[in-house]
Design a protein around this ligand. Structure first.
Ligand code: PLP
Length: 405
């Protein structure tokens, strides 16, 4: 039998212990009603989601991936179109674009935030041909329709800068907010929630997310009622009236059981996100103490100076170290949970070889893949565990530096 880690990367059982009674009750209500697919429970959760995250419409989906797919399908993005996004994200972001026959165009990330870099996007757009109507054509002759920022690891991309580019080139902004539920951004138009900038956005309720279900789940959100109606149809085979299909959709429906669990968790999210920030602040203090000469790059908090409480939700706490694989080995030996998000950027994934990108095309994404290391950050972590993680990382960094001398 393998021994449990001294500090797990994530332990969902601790959260469940606090919620068990409420979750059981809600699940029992769904069983009593025997309405498992869509219906009141899902609608109620969708309404609460809108109220909490400042969006007009929320459409529950079977996963974050399916929510993304439904958004593209509802906007008619497919063959002959292109979408620009980051190569440093979870696979689904680009996987959905490709599955629909559209071309994925990548632009590199900012070295500090690891978000899509507006300057790189601008450079890429500047290389494209412009149609008479002002829209852009990629080298392959596809029409660039959308810009997909990914609010990676729990903080929002620089949306003012990206929106400006989208306006200039008539691109739909479609936010991948899968990792940023509850995160806010200090826009020049006021403080705004992740998911409220573009024409549409999607969230993931994968169990490991800050708001995680008891299985797969997701949400597509938008401000426009017409688009919301198309999304509702799209998640149900494109059906607009009983067995009448205006478009081809899929089965992307959110289950009532998932909605019930998520509904029970929703009121706790703000406190959980605050605890994640508290844990991040403790890491910062400890690393400053243990590694006064540096050696570890801590996660950027690009909107901290704004004073907004939810400027970061630390879905992941991702440090960067030059000697990452040595640190990883040391942490494994010390029983400290960790993970690499993401070891191979999307432009180098074999399934995207047809896009024609190669090594060296996006140096910042490639460097992030070599240096990133996610440490435990979940809300129920205890201080002594954070101390153990910070000590183990610092020892590894120091031992490597000493061997190099
Ligand atoms: C950035 C990003 N996009 C999309 C997804 C897909 O969400 P799901 O796993 O719910 O399909 C995820 C989930 O891991 C994600 O992190």
């Amino acid at each position: 039998m393998s021994t449990p880690p001294k500090v797990p990367l994530l332990d969902l059982t601790r959260q469940y212990q606090q919620l068990a009674e409420g979750v059981r009750q809600r699940v029992a209500e769904v069983f009593a009603k025997q309405q498992f697919v869509l219906g009141d429970t899902v609608e109620h959760f969708e309404r609460r989601f809108c109220e909490m995250f400042g969006t007009a419409h929320a459409v529950g989906m079977s996963s974050g991936t399916d929510a993304e797919l439904a958004v593209f399908m509802a906007l008619g993005i497919g063959r002959g179109d292109a979408v620009i996004t980051t190569p440093y994200t979870f696979f689904a972001t680009a996987g959905c674009i490709d599955r629909l026959g559209a071309e994925t165009v990548f632009a590199d990330i900012c070295p500090d935030t690891m978000h899509l870099d507006a300057n790189r996007v601008a450079q890429t757009l500047a290389t494209m041909r412009r149609n008479a109507d002002g829209t852009l054509l990629t080298q392959r002759g596809n029409r660039l329709r959308a810009l997909v920022p990914v609010h990676l690891f729990g903080s929002v991309c620089d949306m003012d800068a990206l929106q400006k580019l989208a306006d200039e080139y008539q691109l739909a902004v479609l936010e991948d907010a899968s990792q940023a539920v509850g995160a806010k951004y200090p826009s020049t138009t006021g403080t705004r929630d992740a998911g409220t900038f573009g024409e549409a956005a999607w969230f993931s309720f994968f169990p490991t997310k800050n708001l995680g279900g008891a299985g797969d789940g997701g949400m597509a959100v938008c401000q426009n009622p017409g688009l919301a109606a198309r999304l509702r149809a799209m998640r149900n085979h494109g059906m607009t009236a009983s067995y009448h299909h205006e478009m081809v959709g899929g089965n992307f429906r959110l289950d009532a059981l998932q909605s019930a669990v998520l509904q029970e968790k929703l009121p706790h999210l703000a406190a959980w996100n605050a605890k994640r920030r508290h844990n991040a602040a403790l890491y910062k203090r400890l690393f400053q103490e243990f590694l006064p000469e540096g050696g570890v790059v801590l996660p950027a908090e690009p909107w901290a100076a704004s004073g907004i409480a939810d400027h970061h939700t630390f879905h992941q706490y991702v440090i960067r170290v030059a000697n990452r694989d040595h640190v990883k080995q040391h942490l494994s030996g010390a029983g400290i949970g960790h993970a690499v998000y993401y070891p191979l950027p999307l432009h180098l994934q074999p399934c995207f070889a047809h896009l024609g990108y190669g090594s060296g095309d996006f140096p910042e994404a490639e460097r992030a893949s070599r240096e990133s290391l996610a440490l435990p950050i979940f809300p129920e972590l205890e201080e002594h565990e954070i101390l153990a993680v910070a000590k183990a990382v610092s020892e590894a960094v120091k031992s490597r530096t000493e061997t190099n001398r």
